[in-house]
Design a protein around this ligand. Structure first.
Ligand code: BMA
Length: 365
């Protein structure tokens, strides 16, 4: 098993020799360099959504003060995932907890701790619908994006939401006051039409304007130099043209990826993954960007050797920084909704073999 190291000895030595000290870099730049090194070494980080926050058997951080020590992944293989993903939905309303009932205080603490231990943090944002008052999946109007752009009736409301988000992102700081880097992945899966910012719910111009407005506020106006910007369409029906159509631009995006799930056979999944990987990796190369599988998994992991025989087979030959499997829901009514292993699950042994592969990287403890 290879473990994630914040920087290799060679990199530290050469950085010292060339005086390209990490202190000269913004958190964003230093995370990008770290990820470029990971890809150059042929490694892939394993990531898990909400990994520190709750797990399949119902365990959950009980309070914002709770210590962050457990994950289903560590319970299975002895190491945490190298990438900690979570979702910031509800931060826009100034709520105490996210749409998946995680305290933002816990998310902040887990993120900082994970970063200090050498891991990488990534956030998605299933925010509310600012026009209808519904959720991200409320696609009852195709005017939502238009309504929050500068001339729209909900522009001011939405800028308030962005402020709440920015305040949280700015609060991700070490004790010394340094911001920690995070991979920030807004407006995801836009090539489908299940979120209010999706393909049939806004025009290409509106979608790009949404990205630019988000970037201008967070990166420029608020000066958040800790965000690595990720663009990630859905894998379904993805073509090089569709991938490129709503790309916000090289001046905004740092990392490109896609979300792809298994819904039928492993053969079909491997084919879907590799088709999306071919498109994404080529796009990344042409644009000088990093590539990753930003969301994936097989709900319920219904094959005992899924990790080594399906997931690993699908990704192993591609230069991607990470692969992130979705969350292990802890609510009673969502017991079927898990994408990572847990002790006793039929794929747990196979996950250990996957995590022990020399090119798959877990968090160094
Ligand atoms: C979805 C599901 C939902 C969850 C959302 C945001 O894919 O897991 O239950 O609320 O992601 O994390």
């Amino acid at each position: 098993m290879k473990l994630l190291k914040p920087m290799s000895v060679i990199a530290v030595v050469s950085a010292a020799l060339s005086c390209a000290c990490p202190a000269d870099q913004t958190p964003r730049e230093s995370l990008i360099s770290q990820m470029e090194e990971i890809v150059a070494e042929g490694n892939i980080l394993y990531g898990h959504q909400d990994t520190y926050l709750y797990g399949h058997d119902g365990w959950k951080l009980a309070s914002p003060e709770a210590e962050i020590v457990r994950s289903d992944i560590k319970d299975v293989c002895g190491h945490h995932a190298a990438v900690f993903g979570t979702d910031l939905g509800m931060i826009e309303l100034g709520a105490q907890a996210s749409l998946d009932k995680n305290y933002f205080e816990s998310i902040r603490k887990a993120s900082i701790q994970h970063h200090l231990q050498g891991g990488i943090v990534t956030y998605s944002w299933h925010l509310r619908n600012p026009l209808t008052g519904g959720d991200s999946w409320d696609v009852s109007s195709n005017q939502v994006v238009a309504s929050i752009l500068p001339q729209g009736e909900k522009h001011e409301l939405f800028m308030g939401w962005l402020k709440n988000l920015a305040d949280f992102l700015d609060s991700l700081r070490t004790e010394e006051g340094n911001r920690i880097p995070v991979i920030w992945r807004p407006w995801h899966e836009h090539t489908g039409s299940w979120f209010w910012w999706g393909q049939n719910l806004c025009t290409t111009e509106e979608y790009k304007a949404l990205w630019k407005m988000t970037y201008d506020y967070l990166a420029t106006e608020r000066g958040l130099d800790n965000l690595v910007w990720a663009y990630s369409p859905g894998a379904g029906g993805l073509t090089p043209e569709l991938f490129a159509e709503r790309y916000p631009g090289d001046d905004i995006v740092d990392l490109v990826g896609f979300d792809c799930y298994q819904y039928s056979t492993s053969e079909q999944y491997i084919q879907d993954m590799q088709s999306a990987l071919d498109i994404t990796v080529k796009f990344a190369k042409d644009h000088g960007k990093l590539a990753a599988v930003t969301e994936t998994g097989f709900e319920g992991i219904k094959e005992a050797n899924w990790w080594t025989q399906t997931l690993h087979k699908a990704i192993k030959d591609y230069p991607i920084v990470y692969v992130l499997t979705w969350r292990n829901a802890c609510d009673d009514h969502m017991k079927h909704h898990f994408y990572g292993p847990y002790p006793g699950h039929e794929s747990a042994e196979d996950f250990k073999a996957f995590a022990a592969d020399s090119s798959i990287i877990m968090l160094n403890e």
